[in-house]
Design a protein around this ligand. Structure first.
Ligand code: KG4
Ligand code: ZN
Length: 338
C-alpha cells in the first residue's frame, strides 16, 4: 500500500502552522508565532489575520521542504475549519481550498478541538496511543472541557467551563502580577521555584463535571490588591510563591473534576491536550495519578500541546482513510460543535 502524505494547515488563532504527515508519522511541524500581540496583552483579531496572510506561504513551503515532500506527492490537504477567530480561519481555509483544487487532491476539514484530543494518535517513539473509550481533558486559552472519546469521530463533552477557560485563568492571573501576555508559561516557570502551599485560594464550587474560573480570578485580584496596599513590594518579594499557589489551585480544580469524571464513567485511560497541557504541574499531577488511581495517562509531546498543525494532520489522516472529504463549498466556522 502506498503511503499517504497529508499537508495540514492550522490558522485558528494567532499561530500560523503547517505540517506534513506520512500516514500517522509527522515528517515536519512548523509554527510561526505572532509576537505582534504581546504588546496588546492579548490576540488582536485583525492583526492575526494579516499576519496569517504574511506567514502562510513561507510556513507551508518550510513544512514541505523540511519533510522532503513535493506538492505533487501530496495525497490530501487538511485544514482547521473551526472553532476560532473567523478572520484567521478564513486564511487557512481559502488557502487549503485553492491548493487542493490546484493539485486535484481531496480537501479535509478538521475540528480544532477534536485535533487537540486526537493528537495522541500521532505515531511517536515512547508515546502510547489511547484505546477507546478514554477521557480527554482539553485545556487551552479558549476551552476547558472533559470529553468522553468513544471513537475517532464519536466524542461527547461531559463537562466544560461555565465562564473563563483555564488558559485565560493563567493569563489573567499573570496580568494581575504584571507579567506579559501570554502569561501561562511564565506562571509555570516561576511556580517551579515557589511554595505551592504559601497562599490559599478557595476553589469554586461548581456542580457536576463543569468548571468555573472567573471567581478565582477575582479572588486573586483582591488578594493582590489587599497585599500590595500593605506592602508595595508584595508581588516582587513573593512572585514565585504566588505563582506556585495559583498554579497549585488551578491544577487542583482540574484534577478534582477529571477524577470525578473517571469515577463516574469507570474509564481509567485519561489524556490531556491543548496549550495548558504544556504546564509542568498538570503533567506531573497526571503522572502521579497513574500510581494514585491506577490510571493510564496520556501526556502529549511538548510540541503537540500548544496550537500546531501536526494534530490537524493526524485527524486529516484518519478522515482520509474513511474518505471524509469536503467540496469547495465548505466554510470556516468560528463556532463548531464536536
Ligand atoms: O491551545 P493553545 O495554544 O491555543 C488555544 O487554542 O487557546 O493554548 C494557549 C493557552 C494560553 O492561555 C497559554 O497561556 C497557555 O495555553 N499555556 C500555558 C502553558 N503553556 C501555554 N499555561 C500554563 N502553563 C504553561 N506551561
Ligand atoms: Zn488550541
Amino acid at each position: 500500500k502506498s503511503p499517504v502524505f497529508i499537508l495540514a494547515i492550522e490558522s485558528s488563532c494567532d499561530d500560523t502552522a503547517a505540517a506534513v504527515l506520512q500516514n500517522d508519522k509527522v515528517l515536519s511541524n512548523v509554527v510561526a508565532n505572532q509576537a505582534i500581540h504581546n504588546q496588546y496583552g492579548g490576540v488582536v483579531p485583525e492583526l492575526a489575520s494579516r499576519a496569517h496572510q504574511q506567514n502562510i506561504v513561507p510556513v507551508i513551503d518550510a513544512a514541505l521542504k523540511k519533510a522532503g515532500v513535493a506538492k505533487a506527492d501530496l495525497s490530501a490537504v487538511a485544514f482547521t475549519q473551526g472553532p476560532g477567530l473567523m478572520g484567521s480561519l478564513l486564511v487557512g481555509t481559502s488557502f487549503a481550498k485553492s491548493l487542493s483544487m490546484a493539485l486535484d487532491v481531496p480537501l479535509i476539514a478538521v475540528n480544532h478541538m477534536q485535533a487537540h484530543v486526537l493528537a495522541h494518535f500521532i505515531d511517536e517513539d515512547g508515546f502510547d496511543k489511547p484505546e477507546f473509550p478514554f477521557l480527554a481533558l482539553t485545556i487551552s486559552g479558549g476551552h476547558t472541557q472533559i470529553v468522553k472519546v468513544n471513537g475517532f469521530f464519536d466524542m461527547e463533552i461531559i463537562g466544560e467551563t461555565t465562564d473563563d477557560a483555564v488558559g485565560e485563568a493563567f493569563d489573567k492571573s499573570a496580568k494581575i502580577l504584571g507579567l506579559p501576555y501570554p502569561g501561562g508559561p511564565l506562571v509555570d516557570k516561576y511556580a517551579q521555584l515557589g511554595n505551592p502551599k504559601a497562599f490559599a485560594f478557595t476553589k469554586p464550587k461548581v456542580p457536576g463535571l463543569d468548571f468555573s474560573f472567573s471567581g478565582l480570578k477575582t479572588a486573586i485580584l483582591y488578594f493582590i490588591q489587599k497585599n500590595v496596599a500593605e506592602n508595595p513590594n508584595f508581588i516582587e518579594e513573593n512572585r514565585d510563591d504566588i505563582c506556585a499557589s495559583i498554579q497549585h489551585t488551578i491544577i487542583g480544580i482540574l484534577m478534582d473534576k477529571i477524577k470525578q469524571a473517571a469515577d463516574q464513567t469507570g474509564i481509567k485511560q485519561v489524556a490531556i491536550g491543548g496549550g495548558v497541557s504544556a504546564n509542568s504541574g498538570i503533567r506531573q499531577a497526571m503522572k502521579d495519578a497513574e500510581a494514585l488511581y491506577g490510571w493510564k495517562t496520556f501526556i502529549p509531546k511538548f510540541e503537540y500541546t500548544t496550537d500546531n498543525a501536526a494534530m490537524i494532520g493526524i485527524v486529516g489522516y484518519q478522515k482520509f482513510l474513511s474518505h471524509h472529504f469536503e467540496t469547495a463549498n465548505v466554510a470556516a466556522k468560528a463556532r463548531i460543535a464536536f
